[in-house]
Design a protein around this ligand. Structure first.
Ligand code: 0X9
Ligand code: ZN
Length: 436
């Protein structure tokens, strides 16, 4: 804690210094910020070379041939240079203030269409109030700072006794990926509007249960906009004992092959810090506990899932921990069904389909856990844009409608396939013949 300033002048100096620190846009300073930046790295062209870059503790944000964009501290950037690559610092997050004074805890003026946590919760509550027989909300737990983590259940009253196959959508594990919360709000709006008017939506909500967790990392999201300008924050806001570095990368903290394979970092200062143990991040524990509650009479009701991220325009499937297409717990048929439905979803939204380890190795990710531990067909979508030049983690609010609607068909495809993912490879009889 800063000692109290004895005089007014000293206090004024402190105030000026503090405001300067808060104004530093890209440096992500402030409590536990650590001073990370985006860099363009030229050189790595194979997954193994990108894994070596990620092993410095940097997050890999996008890939274009032998050019990749990372978020890293200065020391990590030096380590990437030492691997023999060219490393150039990119400008910080865009200024969307429109020349106006930043307002704390809100999106910059030009991005006001994005929803803060409170705005998202209010919109969801209003949607539920408008469609009470279709949607309901459960508080499944709380974030480190005590914010509600909610799951919205969407299903019609038709077929009440049936054990409808369930599909899970999770959003916003990474703080700066605000477009993913808009994706959740879009889906809720579409389901509310489409039930009874759109035959595809109606059929799905009569025959599926949809679970939407719109904000897995509310603390990180709020921290990212707390100064009124973007901080490029990724992790949650959990302190790390014995260190001033704050935060765990939620998408390295899931309890399957956690810390197994060099796809996460053990350093608290890293963008991909995996936490002191699997599920040590309360937000991960909350969602994992929720998923476990959907195992009823030994059977997991959730059959398929999408975890929404930005950016790069990708549809990915497990595993991330190994380069191999198949592995213990992931047969050729599993892989083929993942790839078939993944490619079909990608054909509709124009993203690139691939196994996640084609990018680089990751361990402790949600999709590996959902599949490896729960046998849920789990995909990761990296939404718009495809490059840093198009706004990276901070695309302008003007793209929200287009880029969320872009995934409408893919989401419906997953819902339609969810009762038997093996139907996509012509093996329904073999895998799904007993009524569930
Ligand atoms: O690193 C991540 O967690 C994801 N990229 S992001 O830029 N949104 O941070 C990619 C994860 C890829 N691996 C798996 N999905 N397993
Ligand atoms: Zn992400």
């Amino acid at each position: 804690m800063r000692p109290r300033s004895p005089g007014g002048r000293a206090a004024a100096t402190v105030a000026v210094l503090l405001s300067l620190a808060l104004a530093a846009p890209a440096a992500a300073r402030g409590p536990g910020g650590g001073g990370t930046h985006e860099y363009e790295v030229t050189g790595p062209r194979t997954a193994a070379q990108r894994t070596a870059v990620a092993a410095t503790g940097a997050s890999v944000d996008s890939i274009h041939g032998d050019r990749i964009v990372i978020t890293a501290g200065a020391e990590q950037a030096d380590r990437v240079r030492a691997l023999g690559h060219r490393v150039v610092r990119l400008p910080g997050p865009p200024d969307r203030s429109g020349g106006r004074q930043p307002k704390p805890h809100t999106f910059p003026a030009q991005d006001a269409k994005y929803h803060t946590y409170a705005e998202a919760m209010a919109e969801i509550d209003a949607g539920i109030a408008a469609h009470p027989s279709l949607m309901s909300k459960q508080v499944i737990g709380r974030s480190h700072e005590g914010r509600d983590i909610i799951a919205v259940k969407v299903t019609s009253g038709v077929n009440p006794g049936a054990a409808k196959p369930e599909v899970l959508f999770t959003h916003h594990q990474h703080a700066r990926e605000h477009l993913t919360v808009e994706m959740a709000l879009y889906l809720l709006k579409e389901f509310g509007k489409g039930y009874g008017t759109d035959s595809r939506v109606t059929k799905m909500l009569d025959n599926r249960v949809v679970w939407i967790v719109p904000d897995v990392n509310p603390d990180g999201g709020e921290f990212d906009i707390a100064t009124g300008s973007y901080r490029n924050w990724r992790k949650n806001r959990q302190p790390n004992s014995g260190s001033s570095n704050v935060g765990t990368d939620l998408n390295r903290n899931w309890n399957y092959k956690w810390a197994c394979c060099g796809g996460s970092s053990g350093s608290t200062g890293s963008e991909t810090y995996r936490g002191r143990a699997a599920e040590s991040a309360p937000e991960v524990k909350v969602v994992a506990d929720f998923v476990r509650t959907r195992k009823i009479d030994g059977k997991q009701r959730i059959k398929a899932a999408i975890d929404f991220h930005t950016y790069s325009e990708l549809v990915m499937w497990p595993f991330g921990w190994t380069y191999d297409d198949t592995a213990p717990g992931l047969t050729q048929d599993d892989h083929d069904a993942f790839a078939k439905v993944g490619k079909s979803m990608a054909a509709s939204n124009g993203y690139t389909p691939e196994q996640s380890s084609d990018l680089y190795i990751t361990d402790g990710t949600i999709d590996d856990w959902l599949w490896g531990d729960q046998k849920i067909f789990a995909y990761t979508f990296e939404m718009y844009p495809s490059s840093a030049a198009q706004g990276g983690f901070y695309p302008p609010a003007s793209v929200i409608d287009r880029e969320t609607a872009r995934n409408r068909d893919a989401v419906l495809q997953l819902l339609e396939n969810a009762d038997c993912m093996y139907r996509s490879i012509g093996k329904e009889q073999q895998y799904c013949s007993t009524a569930e």
